[in-house]
Design a protein around this ligand. Structure first.
Ligand code: SF4
Length: 337
């Protein structure tokens, strides 16, 4: 039985690509790639994708592969540049294909499939980009894109008759109507809405990431994880730039901040009032800690009080800091926009 490795996000297109191949009798192993800038598939409140539900329904295997530092490197220095925001889509596809190539060898698979649709995305899903990506990954001719295959040059598995080109598709462009109709045909009803998932396509997140890389070219993972939560501030005083302060916006942010903080960090909140969880790193100066407390007070339900008691916790010990809530001027001085 011919075998294929599929790049599988858990979204509609990549699921359909697998099903189109499977109905030709191809045995598919799907690989879902994770990185620090995507949604956390183990957390249903932050990610609508579930790579395992379609796999269970249709009977294919899913492997998870975390791209970790290899992905961070291409975000910092993409050979083929960034898209509109910090998304290095071409390098990202090359990296994923490179990893899939390893699975291909391990499984003795004949080719790779992806759910890409010609013309759906401006950077990575163009007629001239597909061959470039495949070549860079050392897979020229071995990547089948079942949803648009009839519009693309025949691949080696098609030429060899391992997969029947006539039974592949000719989807083109951004409309999802053909995919929705095909999903109905397969009995696939539970799939996530398009987009979302990759934070690097988000302009606000991308600006935060650029700012972080400017001050910390090799940031610790924790700093990257914190980019997805809260309001962000950086204090500059007397020409000296200090650590960041992050103030939660809602319960979810507070939960993320608390879960990422380590013992040495400073966690701040206003006891007895609705309050954001606020974090400042262990390297924060006493002066900056005072600013963090003022920011925390400003976004708490105690903001109208002239002086607010802010709880500061570090290393398991809590102390109280009395501060005035931050002024508008302080907010605009320090906020990262
Ligand atoms: S949107 Fe994000 S995950 Fe998707 S190809 Fe681009 S960089 Fe990679």
């Amino acid at each position: 039985m011919p075998k294929a490795i599929a790049l599988y996000s858990g979204g509609l297109d990549s699921t359909l690509a697998i099903l189109v191949a499977m109905r030709q009798g191809i045995e598919v192993t799907a690989v879902t790639f994770l990185n620090h800038f995507g949604c956390d598939i183990s957390d249903k409140s932050s990610c609508s994708k579930d790579p395992f539900s379609a796999a269970a329904q249709f009977g294919f295997e899913v492997k998870l592969c975390h791209l970790a530092d290899r992905f961070i490197e291409i975000v910092k220095n993409p050979k083929f540049g960034h898209g509109k925001n910090m998304n290095p889509c071409i390098d990202c596809r090359i990296l994923m294909l490179n990893e899939a190539k390893v699975f291909m060898a391990m499984r003795g698979a004949d080719f790779i499939i992806t759910g890409e649709v010609l013309g759906q995305r401006p950077m990575s899903q163009r007629r001239d980009t597909f061959p470039k990506i495949d070549r860079e990954a050392g897979l020229a001719g071995y990547v089948v894109r079942p949803l648009s295959a009839k519009l693309l040059k025949p691949t080696i598995p098609e030429q060899r008759g391992i997969i029947d080109r006539e039974r592949l598709l000719a989807f083109n462009g951004r409309s999802r109507k053909p995919q929705i109709a095909l999903a109905r045909e397969f009995g696939l009803v539970d799939y996530p809405a398009p987009a979302g998932g990759c934070l690097l396509t988000d302009p606000i997140y991308s600006r935060r990431l650029m700012e972080l890389l400017e001050f910390s070219p090799d940031p610790p993972l924790k700093d990257i994880q914190l980019l997805r939560a809260g309001r962000h501030f950086r204090v500059r005083q007397n020409g000296i730039i200090s650590e960041k302060i992050i103030v939660g916006r809602h319960e979810d942010d507070n939960r993320i901040i608390e879960s990422i903080a380590d013992d040495k960090d400073y966690l701040l909140w206003v006891e007895g009032y609705g309050s954001p969880m606020t974090i400042a790193s262990s390297a924060t100066t006493e002066e900056t800690l005072g600013i963090a407390a003022s920011l925390c007070a400003r976004y708490s339900d105690a903001k109208a009080l002239p002086v607010v008691d802010v709880t500061v916790k570090t290393d398991g010990n809590c102390t109280i800091m009395q501060v005035c809530p931050a002024s508008d001027e302080m907010l605009s001085n320090y906020m990262i926009r």
